[in-house]
Design a protein around this ligand. Structure first.
Ligand code: IMP
Ligand code: MG
Length: 182
């Protein structure tokens, strides 16, 4: 039986099964790439990445530690303007291979900012992993080393992603009905 769709959801873009399948592939790739790189630190960007990070980390077989950062945007909308650190890492990263784990890259602002901040702390290496990115021709060009999915430029929720802090725990990534956020 199909999972009943939440009434605020227009359509499912990525099913739970598709997400899990992709995570297995990404984890295998990360396992290979970091086989000789120790120590590995996964840095999840709160809140959105908490579910993706939990699943990705458990799919890895190589040793790793986990930490979190939280950021907030200054701009008029949730995805524009300058970025501010709300929660920082607990320890220095100068001897660590850091993999930044994001839920979604939209304008690219957040990821670009975090890359800059972490690079200035001189980690042994820094790469980025994002579950998804939007098809936006105007987005900043930020390298994403491990990318789950490319999605259309619509507001999505579920699997950690929210609208006004709602819908994070839906098992799939779905497009919100426009009347919900208009
Ligand atoms: P940026 O525009 O790439 O800086 O994206 C900033 C942040 O906005 C992302 O890390 C997400 O947390 C959030 N975001 C962007 N697009 C969406 C979306 O469609 N749904 C939920 N959160 C989003
Ligand atoms: Mg985020």
């Amino acid at each position: 039986m199909a999972t009943p769709l939440h009434p605020d959801i227009d359509r499912v873009l990525i099913s739970s099964a598709q997400i899990q399948e992709r995570i297995v592939e990404l984890a295998a790739q990360i396992d290979r790439d970091y086989a000789d790189e120790r120590p590995l630190l996964l840095v999840g960007v709160l809140k959105g990445a908490f579910i993706f990070l939990a699943d990705l980390a458990r799919a890895l077989t190589i040793p790793h530690a986990v930490d979190f950062m939280a950021v907030s945007s200054y701009g008029m909308t949730a995805t524009s303007g300058a970025v501010r650190i709300i929660l920082d890492l607990r320890e220095p990263i100068d001897n660590k291979h850091v993999l930044l784990v994001e839920d979604i890259v939209d304008s690219g602002n957040t990821l670009a900012y975090l890359r800059e901040v972490l690079t200035s702390r001189r980690p042994a290496s820094l790469r980025t992993c994002a579950l998804s990115t939007k098809q936006r021709p105007d987005a900043m060009h930020v390298p994403i080393d491990y990318l789950g999915f490319t999605i259309p430029d619509v507001w999505v929720v579920g699997y950690g992603l929210d609208y006004a802090d709602r819908h994070r725990t839906l098992p799939y990534i779905g497009a919100l009905k426009p009347e919900v956020y208009r």
